[in-house]
Design a protein around this ligand. Structure first.
Ligand code: GTP
Ligand code: MG
Length: 234
């Protein structure tokens, strides 16, 4: 059973080596990594390319024309399927998601189709986040749960694990979100298809290096994106 870890990056030069080291040190068997970088001006892709020369387990997808967390993630999923992944883990490249949880995901996915790394189940949480940022995340989670009918506690978590069949079924080519809203759009499809969605606790750590690409305007825009998902015929 091959596991593929998909990491979208934009200007994560200060974080990506540490993350790849940490993944290596887990010593997991049959794991490959796909970094999807949108030709970062800080040269994140160069770091990945260099490492990729030393090991066949690291793949770089360098997107030259497009920019955006959303379709970068989708490109990563496609590549993960192409190289034969039977389980696909998606995580951020800013060290907010600790790869030492990956074995927990792999255990949990045996009984589910999708596993979310959740800040809001027992044992989960966040470190280093401001009260305001945490508050916004919680309000957004409640809003999304009510509007889209999810029972999961942390629908916007970007640390996730999917069975291959899920990514084959949700029709990747018609996903529309270009930005971080993609995580909600993907979860909505999984939910509508009736896949079993589980959660495991994770401690999310606020990034300490590099800059967040998530702006206030994007967050506000998500209010409308949720409404659009809810009221569009599918
Ligand atoms: N390929 C690609 N990756 C991106 C893009 N924007 C963000 N990312 C990556 O997506 C992940 C999450 O982005 P962040 O900027 O950390 O956003 P966030 O985690 O939602 O927000 P914070 O909590 O503020 O960090 C990181 O690994 C980013 O490098 C993009 O345009 N293209
Ligand atoms: Mg982040």
């Amino acid at each position: 059973m091959k596991t593929v870890i998909v990491i979208p990056t934009y200007n994560e030069r200060e974080n990506i080596s540490t993350l790849l080291d940490r993944i290596d040190s887990l010593g997991l068997e049959n794991v490959e990594v796909v970094v999807v970088d949108d030709n970062s001006p800080d040269g994140t892709w160069q770091v990945v390319e260099e490492r990729g020369k030393r090991t066949v387990r690291i793949h770089l997808l360098r997107r030259m024309q497009e920019r955006g967390r959303g379709l970068a993630g989708v490109a990563g999923f496609r590549h993960a399927l192409d190289i034969g992944g039977s389980v696909v883990v998606e995580m951020d490249g800013d060290l907010s998601h600790d790869p030492s949880y990956i074995p927990d995901f792999l255990r949990a996915i045996e009984n589910f189709d999708v596993i979310l790394g959740s800040r809001f189940v027992k044992g989960g949480g966040s470190k280093g986040r401001s009260f305001l940022r945490e508050f916004v995340t919680k309000i957004a989670a409640s809003y999304i749960r009510v509007m889209l009918g999810f029972s999961v506690k942390d629908p916007t978590s970007g640390f996730r694990c999917f069975r291959r069949e899920v990514l084959e079924e949700i029709n990747l080519s018609t996903l529309t979100a270009r930005g971080p809203f993609i995580v909600t759009e993907v979860l909505f499809r999984c939910h509508r298809k009736g896949f079993r969605i589980g959660e495991i606790p994770i401690i999310f750590e606020e990034r300490t290096r590099g800059r967040s690409k998530l702006g206030f305007r994007v967050l506000l825009g998500n209010i409308f994106r949720v409404l659009k998902l809810r009221f569009t015929r599918h």
